[in-house]
Design a protein around this ligand. Structure first.
Ligand SMILES: [Fe+2]
Length: 618
């Protein structure tokens, strides 16, 4: 009989469930996709139901359940931190503690109670440490037999950064950095200060950085202040934050706003307000500091382990700009990053620790391939389910018996400037849409970025779109000599595709900079001539590969725009109904779900109860 383990992450942000059977990943998904609450942190009831159903294993037959951190140690951190900062922390102590006493201190009981709803059996419940869960999610499914492991995030129990080494089925933790000294929280503090939401707006800060002027005295000044006043970066990459300026250890906010305003000479940016140059320079300065820290940590990791291979996880590992530079540096022969690098991925990591560490099961590495199955580990929907979901909206559709014909039609429409909602197969695990819950467009089209930002996604105009390129063509467009299946690397667009910058470019407004035609694939070329690239492999995702291949036959370009299928403020769509509703409330031209095509012009308007201008921050 097979042995099946359920992994759960919950109660912080991005709750998720994952299930592995005899070491093979069967299913994994974030709760937000089902509950439709972005970054849902509640107990992942829906995600657990889904992964159990997908596995076909009844709850009572589970070998173990693994939760992604140790609740008691987390509570101890909270108490000790307050103790250390008393009386400064009294106000938030009083407001935070009741929540902890009610929920988190008794988390073990809470989890037991929640699980009792699935069955009465006393299944072993394990609590691997938070960073061990991250490390396991990075190493076990990676394509490497042995590897250095680096996990960096805001905070787990005490650890905020961990260096480890994985070999076969063993992971050893070699070095840790402890709260409140945290690279993730430093980056989040600047995310907050620049007017974005902590725990979700970090990639916006990263996207804003290239608008900073690298040679300006303003950027240099901010960077100097960060290094002189806020953080002491040691040679080994460990950091010491000057807690005088941070409020997260004891307060409810990230920074001491007044002290920061005095320090930097400008106040925190109000969310949604116009983004002025000082915040762009600040974003660039902190990105440079982050890269410096990551490089030093990577070097220490290399020295401690002697490995040529690096795996990473933790929220900071989603910084694809830093990842791209680290790979290009050649410090490691190759780098693999868990696509669900944030806390959602902890569910999978926890399940793996149960299998390889607790059960001491052998690890099998397949030839050069990771075990993530393209990260498409969520639910899929068949034709009957699609029709029943859209039936209530009286949707008009065309059914294609022959997928080849549909693929050619879609490629043709993309080349004519249409924007296509694309739902195929199993939903992606992790923050990125990788071609199964995506919105597609023409990367060559100079109007595409504007159209997608303003008419489809309803989001900040500065944010770039990412390309999907045929894996075999990656080097034709980008300075990258290997696949990038999970969109976790930002790399330069190849020189021969670029247009030179006009005189006075740095004096242009953000908008003019944004819409300047920087290359022959302008919709995916970021302001600094880079792109957050995803490559698609024919075997891993044949349908998505085929549509891009058909686009190439028409246009000569094996690359398109891929953005996640959602509007700002909402999680990526999961079901056919989510997709149809999202399609109808945006200006997408076509929706394709499996072999069904929906043409916007043929649809009846539907009542949408959330006006688009009320959507919050994405
Ligand atoms: Fe984490």
């Amino acid at each position: 009989m097979s042995e099946t383990i359920l992994g759960i992450s919950a109660f912080y942000h991005d709750s998720a469930a994952a299930i592995i059977s005899d070491g093979d990943i069967i299913a994994a998904a974030q709760e937000e996709r089902f509950s439709r609450r972005k970054h849902d942190s509640g107990f992942p009831v829906n995600a657990i139901n889904y992964v159990l159903t997908e596995s076909g294993i009844p709850y009572k037959e589970l070998t173990a359940i693994a939760f992604y951190d140790k609740p008691y140690i987390k509570f101890e951190r909270l108490l000790e931190t307050y103790h250390a900062f008393v009386p400064r922390g009294m106000k938030s102590f009083l407001s935070a503690i009741p929540v902890w006493i009610k929920e988190k201190l008794f988390m073990k009981k809470l989890i037991r109670d929640e699980l009792a709803k699935y069955g009465k059996e006393n299944i072993p419940l394990l609590f691997p440490e938070h960073h061990l869960s991250h490390a396991a999610s990075a190493f076990y499914p990676s394509p490497f037999r042995e590897a250095a492991i680096l996990t960096i995030d805001g905070v787990g129990e005490w650890a905020t950064t961990t260096i480890g080494y994985g070999k076969d089925n063993k992971i050893s933790i070699l070095k840790e950095l402890y709260f409140p000294h945290s690279i993730g929280l430093l980056y989040s503090a600047f995310t907050y200060y620049c007017g974005f939401r902590v725990n979700s707006g970090e990639y916006k800060l990263m996207g804003l950085a290239p608008y900073g002027d690298p040679n300006s005295s303003a950027k240099a000044k901010v960077k100097k202040i960060i290094l002189d006043e806020l953080v002491d970066i040691r040679g080994d990459g460990s950091v010491l934050l000057n807690m005088k300026y941070f409020n997260y250890a004891t307060g409810l906010r990230m920074t001491h706003d007044k002290k920061w305003t005095e320090l930097f000479g400008f106040p925190p940016r109000k969310p949604e307000s116009e983004i002025s140059q000082e915040y762009m320079d600040m974003a660039l300065a902190v990105q440079e500091v982050l890269e410096d820290m990551m490089f030093k940590l990577a070097k220490t990791t290399k020295d401690l382990t002697g490995s040529d291979w690096l795996v990473m996880a933790g929220g900071v590992a989603l910084n694809s700009v830093a990842n791209g530079k680290l790979l290009a540096s050649g410090m490691f022969k190759d780098i693999w990053i868990q696509p669900a690098a944030g806390d959602a991925g902890g569910a999978l990591g926890a399940a793996y620790t149960a299998w390889h560490i607790w059960k001491e099961k052998e690890r099998i590495v397949s030839n050069g391939r990771d075990a993530m199955k393209g990260a498409c580990l969520g639910p899929a929907f068949n034709g009957r389910q699609i029709l029943s979901a859209v039936g209530k909206y009286d949707a008009r559709y065309h059914y294609y018996v022959d997928f080849d014909e549909l693929s050619r039609f879609v490629a043709q429409k993309i080349s004519e400037g249409a924007v296509i909602g694309w739902v195929q197969g199993r939903m992606e695990y992790g923050p990125r849409a990788l071609g199964n819950r995506s919105v597609l467009g023409d990367a060559r089209n100079p109007e595409m970025q504007k159209k997608m930002n303003l008419k489809i996604k309803y989001r900040e105009g500065f944010r770039p779109f990412a390309p999907t390129v045929l894996e075999e063509d990656i080097n034709e467009y980008f300075d990258l000599d290997r696949p990038s299946p999970y969109m976790l690397l930002v790399v330069p667009v190849r020189k021969e595709r670029l247009n030179p910058l006009p005189n006075g470019y740095h004096q242009l407004s953000l908008r003019d900079k944004l819409y300047y035609l920087r290359s022959d694939v302008p919709a995916i070329t970021h302001i600094d001539y880079s792109a957050r690239v995803q490559s698609i492999n024919k075997e891993v995702n044949p349908r998505y590969w085929q549509v891009i291949k058909d686009f190439k036959k028409l246009t000569g370009y094996g690359v398109i725009v891929n953005t996640s299928f959602n509007v700002r403020g909402e999680p990526i769509v999961c079901t056919p109904e989510d997709a149809y509703k999202c399609f109808m409330r945006t200006e997408m031209d076509y929706l394709v779900m499996e072999n069904y095509l929906f043409d916007k012009k043929e649809q009846k308007p539907i009542y949408v109860n959330t006006p688009i201008d009320e959507f919050g921050l994405d």
